[in-house]
Design a protein around this ligand. Sequence first.
Ligand SMILES: *[C@@H]1O[C@H](CO)[C@@H](O)[C@H](O)[C@H]1NC(C)=O
Ligand SMILES: *[C@@H]1O[C@H](CO)[C@@H](O)[C@H](O)[C@H]1NC(C)=O
Length: 604
Amino acid sequence: MPPLYHYVRRQLRPRNHLAGLRRRNILVAVAFCFCLFYFLDSFKSPTESELLERHMNSGPPLHPFTLMKSSVDWGSIEYRHPPQKQLRHLPKPPKRSSLPSIQHRFKKEFSEARRTREERRKTVLQLTRKCWDSYRTYAWKQDALLPLSRRGTDQFSGWAATLVDSLDTLWLMGLRDEFDEAVAAVAEIDFGNSSSPLVNIFETNIRYLGGLMAAYELSKRDVLLHKAVELGDLIYGGFNTENRMPVDMINIDAAKEGSGLMVEPTVVSASPGTLTLELARLSQLTGDPKYFDAITPIIDLFYRGQNQTALPGLFPMYVSMLREDVTTGSTFTLGGGADSIYEYFPKLHALLGGGEPRLATLTRGFMHAAKRHLFFRPMIPDNDDMLISGNVNVDQAGVAHLDPETEHLACFIGGTFALAGRLLSSDEDVEVGARLTRGCVYAYRSFPTGMMPERLTMVPCLGKTKKPCAWDEQKWKTETEKQPDYKPHLPRGFTTAKDPRYILRPEAIESVFYMWRITGEAEWQDAAWDMFQAVAKGTATELGSAAVLDVTVANPKLPQDDYMESFWIAETLKYFYLVFSPPDLISLDEYVLNTEAHPFRLQR
Ligand SMILES: *[C@@H]1O[C@H](CO)[C@@H](O)[C@H](O)[C@H]1NC(C)=O
Ligand SMILES: *[C@@H]1O[C@H](CO)[C@@H](O)[C@H](O)[C@H]1NC(C)=O
């Protein structure tokens, strides 16, 4: 019966249609409500870092202070070797190409995971507070705490290195009273006088200037910027040389005269190479281009030389700023002496918003060469896929010889590869960063104390990264017995622990922090917790934490050194804390951290 059929269809069709519409409407409404909820939610509930900001900024300083100007006005010295008239200005970041985002897109966390993370975060906080309290009680305004002899010592000009270095850590941990008290002490520092006649420009720059600027950026306390400028002008005085290249050590009395300083014949490459980020940031913060102008010739020099060295892409460990020679030399490493020159190429690239394209070239160039020459797969019992950063000597004939020695300092490189990989959109380099970081985590886990020695050697796999690398027990034994100071007790895979100490260094947890923030993979948080527990236990003293003299032997009481470096609170504990904090606290999309873990805000 076609009519009925038609009728039914006509009756049904609109009804069906209506029902569909209604269902869709409901879905749309529900979706809308969800969106509205999240939209309002994102307005209503501030992130944890916003809450922290409010807490730290509420009310006047808990410790009022008076700014005391330094006894020398470093900004008004007449220089014998002034800069050229035309100062070079900060480059304008390219308009259209904003840099790629760095951090993993973290999802909402399950309450169980959150509880664990919060407990760990609090444990790190408690240890930091204990160390800070001891510094405050026994070494106040001195450079470092001697945790065993319960007093302080000065090694960095006596301007309270631990205090300045710790400022931003105190802020990030929400320790408002401690922070304000420290700021009041900073207001009284005299950068016109030094406890030693020579001021180390590198350490002064990364610890003090970096610390002051980062604390200013977080808290906006003007006194911190004022002190940063005083100190920045002292460092700037280090460029008062015939060729306008910086000295390594500033003779403070000669600097006051303004009559000119002598550049040393040779320095480690990290010394000039690690002034760039801080001085560029100081120009950004003050609007005064002179600091950036001062570092430009350093970038020019390293850029010109990069492909002219014995290992093109990499710089020899020793360079001459006097002769402006960064190419002669046959020893190459990413460890001590060189490390942060490489770290600062991608970081300065980020700070300048991509406005100086040569920094991307410098970054690509060194990463390419490091992968080819310095990194090796170690031969280890479980054949895990990881990389170690070694050293290379180039002989007279130009042949590169790998020395399979690495050091804790070189562990920063995993994080730098991951960061640079993101910045330059190279997933392969993020993966290389992960394998390098795994190498350091492996070293921590292998030793019976759970800590990595300061310097060690392993057996490199031949055939580099592609071929499988089978464990050869006999080969490892032979290599170990060959060593001049043969130690039969080392874990399998390690042939020496040339320097068996752990001196509270941050580089391994630094890379783990970068891997966590960049990949969001839980393995890194777990690795961080294992490392924290081992380090906290092994370095523990009644007052705080102390360097350990030998991490290769598990003793109930490890032999310790009477010293707590300022980077322990500034870097190591900060990185541990950040790994266990919500990832928006010092997001890598908002900040770049200097080599002392001091965050500088990116101008995006
Ligand atoms: C500089 O410091 C020394 C001790 O470190 C002190 O004796 C001297 O008076 C100080 N000079 C000035 C100008 O503050
Ligand atoms: C070095 O050489 C590479 C490969 O030819 C090139 O891409 C790069 O731009 C060069 N770097 C510098 C600093 O000249």
